[in-house]
Design a protein around this ligand. Structure first.
Ligand code: DX5
Ligand code: ZN
Length: 220
């Protein structure tokens, strides 16, 4: 069975999370994997929304890739920074529903107004109900399969029903999963209807990253 048939004709895509890359040679690392991945996943953490700090728009500006940048904002008040990330080269900006509250729709529209694709993410404790009203607008729903903040955590299998629930609601956009994605957990997510796999530590620790990519996407 090829990649596309497993998921109702949807292309299965892989976005490596650069959180697990060598930041000292980030652009080289990205370039070396570009041929067999689909997007570059950039984790932005503010030390408030999650208990860790990573990078901001001034660093994103220096990321060079021919692939689209999928910027995952794990920050409070994301609306204050969307323009900065759009200007820095983000193709898609994903905000957390928990950080937007009642303004979620307005924040997604703001992302679109800057010419970017928009996505919404839910933490493990948040149900699909939190994003139901924006499914018509969101290019991506990101189901967190760990509590956001750190790479290298274990996949939470009890998040898988959320993927099925989103597809059962008729959602046709990208369903992404992030946290503990490897050759064992990716097929479970793909089978449930996810088509965008985000992988940090498993992918970047692999000696043969091309093979790791094929294993995640189900091609091996
Ligand atoms: C976690 C981040 C993830 C993380 C995934 O908060 O959003 O993108 O880098 O790393 P792994 O694949 O190691 O769980
Ligand atoms: Zn992420």
């Amino acid at each position: 069975m090829n990649e596309e048939n497993k998921n109702n004709g949807r292309k299965i895509k892989l976005a490596p999370s650069i959180l697990s890359a060598d930041f000292g040679r980030l652009n080289e690392e990205i370039k070396s994997v570009e041929e067999f991945v689909d997007m570059i996943h950039v984790d932005v953490m503010d030390g408030h929304f999650v208990p860790n700090i990573t990078l901001g728009a001034p660093v994103v500006k220096f990321i060079k890739s021919k692939l689209p940048l999928d910027v995952h904002l794990m920050i409070e008040n994301p609306e204050k920074f969307i323009k900065d990330f759009a200007d820095a080269g983000a193709k898609r900006i994903v905000v957390h529903s928990e950080a937007c509250g009642e303004n979620l729709r307005a924040v997604l529209m703001m992302i679109k107004s800057f010419g970017c694709e928009c996505g919404v993410s839910i933490k493990p404790a948040t149900s699909v109900d939190a994003v139901k009203d924006v499914l018509d607008l969101a290019d991506e729903v990101l189901v967190m399969t760990v509590n956001p903040g750190f790479g290298g955590q274990s996949f939470m299998e009890d998040m898988v029903p959320k993927i099925r629930e989103l597809r059962a609601l008729g959602y046709q956009g990208d369903i992404a999963v992030d946290g503990g994605i490897n050759d064992k957990t990716a097929p479970v997510c793909i089978d449930a209807g996810a088509n965008l796999l985000i992988s940090g530590s498993y992918f970047f620790k692999a000696v043969d990253k091309k093979e790791a990519a094929q294993k995640i996407k189900g091609g091996l």
